[in-house]
Ligand binder design. Structure first.
Ligand code: HEM
Length: 371
C-alpha cells in the first residue's frame, strides 16, 4: 500500500485535485478531511478587493477619488486595468505602480508542474515565504521578510534553507516580468498565492518590503529544528517572533502541504495524502492515526502504523505531548473553518514580521485564479 501511495503521489499525471482524491482513496478509506471544491469552494474576498487598514469608507472614497495623488487603487477581477496612481521616480518621470493581482496571477501560473514533486511548487513557495519571515526576533528587532536576506550567504546556504533555491530560482521568472517588485514582497506574495491557489483561505497582504544587503542577514539558528521533540523548543522559536500557542499550532497546519526530502532536511515523506491541497488534514492525521518510530537509516521520524506512507517529525509530535498545543490540534481537527480563519490571520502576521509599512498602505485580498 505504501509504495502504491508513493507512486501515485509522485507520478500521477492527473490534475492536482483529481490526484489528491486518487491518492486519498489509495492510501486509506478514512481520510475524512478530504475537501473538494464542489463541496467547499475556496473562501473568496467579497466586495472591494483591496481594503485599507483601519480607514473609514468615507476616507477611502475621498482618497480613491484622488487616487492620482494618494496612491490608492481598487482591484476588480475581470475588469480592465485597476485605477492605479502614478508615482514619480527620482528622475522625475512617471512610474506606474505594480498591479499586484497581475503579479499574483503570474505566480499562480508557475505552481503546477507534473514533473515536480507531487505536481505543485505551492508547498515550497510557502516554505520560502515562511523561512524568509520566521527569522524575526522581536527582542533583537531584526530578521523577518523585509530585506529578503536569503539571497545572501550564509542564510542562503544554511541547512535550514536547503532546497529553497528551487523556489527562489523559479520565482525569478516573475521578477523578470515585474522587476520593480522587491524580493521580500515577491516571496511573501508567493506564499499567499500558494495557500490560496491550493484551496486555502484568503490571506491579507501588503507591499512595501525593501531589498536589503548581506549585512542585514540575521544570525543563524532562528528557525525550528524538526528533530526537536520538546514543546519548549517550538515555544522558544515562535515566541521570539511574537506568536502564542494557538498561533503556533495554526501555522503548523501548513504541514498539510508538501513533503520532506531526503536530500534537503534528511527527513522523508508527506504529512498527508493530499499534499497539494490546503485542508485541516494535518490535524486529523496527527490525531486520527497511530504513529510509530520509523525503522530506517535516516533521522528519527514517525510513520503511520497502518499504511507507512505518511510521516510526522518529532517537532510535529510535540503538538500532541503538550496540553495547550493539543487543545488547539483538537479544535482545528474538528473545525476546518476555524483553522482557515486562524491560519489566515497568523500567516498575515508571519509575512509582515520585521516590516515597516506606510501608515496608509493598502491591504490586498487577491482573487484566486480558480475562483
Ligand atoms: C516547529 C515548526 C516547524 C518545523 C520543525 C518544520 C520543519 C519542516 C521540515 C523539516 C520540512 C521538510 C523540508 C524538506 O525536506 O524539504 C518542512 C517542510 C515544510 N514546511 Fe515546515 N516546519 C515548521 C513550521 C512550518 C510553518 C510555520 C510553515 C508555514 C506556515 C511550514 C510550512 C512547510 C511546508 C509547506 C513544507 C513543505 C515544503 C516542500 O514540500 O517542499 N512549516 N518543515
Amino acid at each position: 500500500m505504501a509504495s502504491t501511495a508513493r507512486f501515485l503521489l509522485r507520478t500521477s499525471s492527473l490534475s492536482t485535485f483529481a490526484r489528491r482524491a486518487t491518492v486519498a482513496a489509495a492510501v486509506a478509506p478514512r481520510f475524512t478531511a478530504v475537501r473538494t471544491f464542489a463541496s467547499h469552494p475556496p473562501q473568496r474576498p467579497t466586495g472591494v478587493k483591496a481594503s485599507s487598514g483601519g480607514m473609514s469608507p468615507l476616507v477611502i472614497a475621498v482618497l480613491a477619488a484622488g487616487a492620482g495623488a494618494a496612491g490608492y487603487h481598487y482591484y476588480v477581477q475581470g475588469s480592465t486595468l485597476p485605477q492605479i496612481a502614478s508615482t514619480a521616480t527620482s528622475g522625475g518621470e512617471e512610474k506606474k505602480p505594480l498591479d499586484y493581482q497581475k503579479v499574483y496571477n503570474a505566480i499562480a501560473e508557475l505552481l503546477e508542474d507534473d514533473n515536480y514533486d507531487d505536481g505543485s511548487y505551492g508547498p515550497i513557495f510557502l516554505r520560502l515565504a515562511w523561512h524568509s519571515s520566521g527569522t524575526y526576533d522581536k527582542n533583537a528587532g531584526n530578521g523577518g521578510s523585509s530585506y529578503a536576506t536569503m539571497r545572501f550567504k550564509p542564510e542562503s546556504s544554511s541547512s535550514a534553507n536547503a532546497g529553497l533555491i528551487i523556489a527562489r530560482e523559479r520565482l525569478h521568472r516573475v521578477k523578470d516580468k515585474f522587476p520593480d517588485i522587491s524580493y521580500g514582497d515577491l516571496w511573501t506574495l508567493a506564499g499567499v498565492c500558494a495557500v490560496q491557489e491550493m484551496g486555502g483561505p484568503i490571506i491579507k497582504w501588503r507591499s512595501g518590503r525593501i531589498d536589503g544587503e548581506e549585512k542585514d542577514c540575521p544570525p543563524e539558528g532562528r528557525l525550528p529544528d524538526g528533530g526537536r521533540a520538546d514543546p519548549q523548543h517550538s515555544r522558544d522559536i515562535f515566541y521570539k517572533m511574537g506568536f502564542n500557542d494557538q498561533e503556533i499550532v495554526a501555522l503548523l497546519g501548513a504541514h498539510a502541504l508538501g513533503r520532506c526530502h531526503r536530500d534537503r532536511s534528511g527527513f522523508d515523506g508527506p504529512w498527508t495524502a493530499s499534499p497539494t491541497v490546503f485542508t485541516n488534514s494535518y490535524f486529523t492525521e496527527l490525531l486520527g492515526r497511530t504513529w510509530v518510530e520509523r525503522k530506517w537509516s535516516g533521522p528519527k521520524q514517525f510513520e503511520d502504523k497502518e499504511t507507512k506512507s505518511l510521516m510526522m517529525l518529532p517537532a510535529d509530535m510535540a503538538m500532541l505531548k503538550d496540553k495547550e498545543f493539543k487543545k488547539w490540534v483538537e479544535i482545528y481537527a474538528k473545525d476546518e473553518k476555524k483553522f482557515f480563519e486562524d491560519f489566515a490571520k497568523a500567516a498575515e502576521k508571519l509575512f509582515e514580521l520585521g516590516c515597516k509599512f506606510d501608515e496608509n498602505s493598502k491591504i490586498y485580498e487577491f482573487m484566486p485564479t480558480n475562483a
